[in-house]
Ligand binder design. Structure first.
Ligand code: NAD
Length: 294
C-alpha cells in the first residue's frame, strides 16, 4: 500500500481519492475548500494544511485541478512541489490542461530528477466514482509502471500515450472527435426525424450500419431513445457543455501549435461555444441537438 498526497478534491478528484482509500492506500488530501477536505476526512483520509505539507515523504502526488495555471502554480517555481520532492516520489497530474503547460511541468520534473506523467482522464463523474476511468499518460517510459500501479485503483484502462504532454494531446484528440461525432449523430437523427423516421428505429439502423459510433451506442442524444442517457433526463449531465467548450479550446490550441488546420474541430468549437453562450453551459453536451433543431 502506498502513501499518497491527493490535491484537488472536486467533482472528479473527490471520488478518485475515495477509491484510493477503498483500495487501502494511506491518503493525505489538500483542497482550497475545507468542505471538500471534510468529505474525504470522513472517508478516512488525513487532511493537510497545504499541498507542501500533504506531499511530505509520500510515494505519490496526484493532482486533479481545473486548469494549467493551477497545475503550474502547484508544481513550478521556488515554492512549487518539484522544488520540495525527492526522487522517490512519482507525480501524476490527472487534470485536463493545455499540452504546453504539461510539457513544461514534465520537463521541469525531469530536470529535478522526479518521475512525472501528465495523466488526464476520459470518463466523467460517474466513472470517477465507479473507478472505471481511462488514463492517458505522457512522460518517460520508466515512470509508466509506477503510474499504472496506482492509477489501476481509480480506472480500468491505462495508456502510455508518449512523452511529456502526450497524455494531454491524446485527450484533446479524443474529445475533439467526440464533439464532432456527437454533432454528426444529432444531425443524422434530426434529419431522419424530419422525414418521418422514428429516431429509435433510425438509431438501430445506424448502429448496425457504418454510421455506428459511441454517441449512438451508449449516449443517444435524442430524448426517449435511450432511457439511461442524459437526453432522456432533460440533459442533466453527464458531461457539461462548459467542459466540452474548455476541451475544444485546448484541442484547438494543440492544432494551432502544430500548424494544423482542423475545420471540423473549429466548427465543433463554434457550435458548442454558441450553445454555451445561449445559457446551456451546465447542460449535458448531447443537448447540442436542441441547438441544431433551432
Ligand atoms: P472541480 O472544479 O469540481 O474541482 C476542482 C477542485 O480543485 C476544487 O475543489 C478546487 O477547490 C480545487 N483547487 C483549485 N485550485 C487548487 C489549489 N491550488 N490547491 C488545491 N485545490 C485546488 O473540477 P472537476 O470537475 O473535478 O475537474 C477537475 C479536472 O478534471 C479538470 O481539469 C477537468 O477538466 C477534468 N475533467 C473533468 C470531468 C468532469 O466530468 N467533471 C471529466 C474529465 C476530466
Amino acid at each position: 500500500m502506498a502513501n499518497v498526497a491527493f490535491i484537488g478534491l472536486g467533482n472528479m478528484g473527490g471520488p478518485m481519492a475515495a477509491n484510493l482509500l477503498k483500495a487501502g492506500h494511506r491518503v493525505t488530501v489538500f483542497d482550497l475548500s475545507a468542505d471538500a477536505c471534510k468529505v474525504l476526512a470522513d472517508a478516512g483520509a488525513s487532511v493537510a494544511g497545504s499541498a507542501r505539507e500533504a506531499a511530505q515523504g509520500v510515494d505519490y502526488v496526484i493532482s486533479m485541478l481545473p486548469a494549467g495555471k493551477h497545475v503550474a502554480g502547484l508544481y513550478l517555481g521556488a515554492e512549487g512541489l518539484l522544488a520540495q520532492l525527492n526522487a522517490s516520489t512519482t507525480v501524476l497530474d490527472c487534470s485536463t490542461i493545455d499540452a504546453a503547460t504539461a510539457r513544461e511541468v514534465g520537463e521541469a520534473a525531469q530536470a529535478a530528477g522526479i518521475g512525472f506523467m501528465d495523466s488526464p482522464v476520459s470518463g466523467g463523474v460517474a466513472a470517477a466514482a465507479a473507478g472505471t476511468l481511462a488514463f492517458m499518460c505522457g512522460g518517460p517510459e520508466a515512470v509508466f509502471p509506477k503510474a499504472q500501479a496506482i492509477l489501476a485503483d481509480m480506472g480500468r484502462n491505462i495508456f502510455h500515450a508518449g512523452p511529456a504532454g502526450a497524455g494531454q494531446v491524446a485527450k484533446g484528440c479524443n474529445n475533439m472527435l467526440l464533439a464532432i461525432h456527437m454533432i454528426g449523430t444529432c444531425e443524422a437523427l434530426e434529419m431522419g426525424a424530419r422525414n418521418g423516421l422514428d429516431p429509435k428505429v433510425l438509431s438501430e439502423i445506424m448502429l448496425a450500419s457504418s454510421g455506428r459510433n459511441w454517441s449512438l451506442e451508449v449516449y443517444n442524444p435524442y430524448p426517449g431513445v435511450m432511457e439511461s442517457a442524459p437526453a432522456s433526463k432533460d440533459y442533466k449531465p453527464g458531461f457539461m457543455v462548459d467542459l466540452m467548450v474548455k476541451d475544444l479550446g485546448l484541442a484547438l490550441d494543440i492544432a494551432e501549435q502544430c500548424e494544423f488546420e482542423n475545420p471540423m474541430g473549429q466548427l465543433a468549437r463554434t457550435l458548442y461555444s454558441e450553445h454555451q453562450q445561449a445559457g446551456n453551459g451546465s447542460l449535458d453536451f448531447s443537448s447540442i441537438l436542441q441547438k441544431l433543431k433551432g
